[in-house]
Design a protein around this ligand. Structure first.
Ligand SMILES: Nc1ncnc2c1ncn2[C@@H]1O[C@H](COP(=O)(O)OP(=O)(O)O)[C@@H](O)[C@H]1O
Ligand SMILES: Nc1ncnc2c1ncn2[C@H]1C[C@H](O)[C@@H](COP(=O)(O)O)O1
Length: 223
């Protein structure tokens, strides 16, 4: 898609959040192209722990979380040094508030490890590399549609993971976003936008512009 005219600040940070398979990476790419911004993706290929993690949560949860924190830090540093103008695939808030917490609650991370992880997170978000996003776009949909997407995308480690894990993750996302206060949130439903339709992208961008212009608005539902 060719970039369109918009009123977002050139140093904006627009962050996409939502459960696994909901469509963050796809929208990140299209939105970045449409805005003429850079895209910052969460890399799955080359993650040295992810496959092992899905086979043994207890053994690998702490390692994986530390790895993701390190990756987020490098990504934030790079975005900061480039003066932002980014659409970012997933927030650091989800790592801590959803994934790490889930594994801690399920007994797959000890409180010692969780506390160590958490204090590192707190130190990181105080760093100037970690500005709050201008707008967080939260993508949601029905559990069934998201499971279909996980299956059609075809990452075997995710397909082999029991549906109960995905349901727990899904439910945690619903609670987490209700309490999220770090920045304004635009709520999108997967049935209400189309990445291949320029008008649909335009509408999302107009909503993001409105939120950036009046950041005191907290949670805005698209349509
Ligand atoms: N708007 C959409 N309409 C239909 N399918 C989509 C849409 N967005 C993503 N998908 C498909 O759903 C799957 C998961 O999308 P992806 O962007 O990788 O999700 P995430 O980054 O949230 O894990 C992929 O197979 C992708 O092609
Ligand atoms: N912080 C995380 N802990 C555990 N697993 C995580 C974390 N962040 C991402 N993941 C996993 C979930 C998926 O299998 C891949 C990529 O996520 P996606 O939502 O498809 O971008 O990594």
């Amino acid at each position: 898609m060719t970039p369109i005219a918009h009123k977002l600040k050139p140093d904006s940070l627009i962050t996409l959040a939502g459960t696994v398979g909901v469509g963050k990476s796809t929208l990140t790419k299209t939105l970045a192209e449409t805005l003429g911004f850079k895209a910052a993706f969460e890399k799955v290929d080359g993650n040295p722990y992810l496959e092992d993690y899905y086979h043994d949560f207890k053994k690998w949860s702490f390692h994986l979380q530390m790895y993701f924190l390190a990756e987020r830090f490098k990504q934030q540093k790079q975005m900061h040094e480039e003066g932002l103008g980014y659409v970012q695939d997933r927030s650091i808030y989800e790592d801590v508030g959803i994934f790490a917490k889930l594994q801690y609650d399920q007994g797959n991370m000890t409180s010692r490890d969780f506390n160590t992880y958490h204090s590192l997170f707190e130190a990181m978000v105080m760093n100037p590399y970690f500005p709050k996003p201008d707008v967080l776009i939260y993508i949601n949909g029905s559990f069934e549609s998201i499971m279909d997407r996980i299956h059609s995308r075809g990452r075997q480690m995710e397909i082999d993971t029991p549906p109960e894990f995905w349901k727990d993750l899904y439910n945690r996302y619903q609670q987490w976003i209700e309490n999220f206060q770090e920045c304004p949130v635009l709520h999108l439903d997967i049935d209400n936008y189309d990445c291949n339709d320029l008008d649909s992208m335009r509408e999302i961008i107009r909503a993001v512009e409105a939120l950036q212009a009046s950041p005191s608005s907290k949670h805005v539902i698209y349509r």
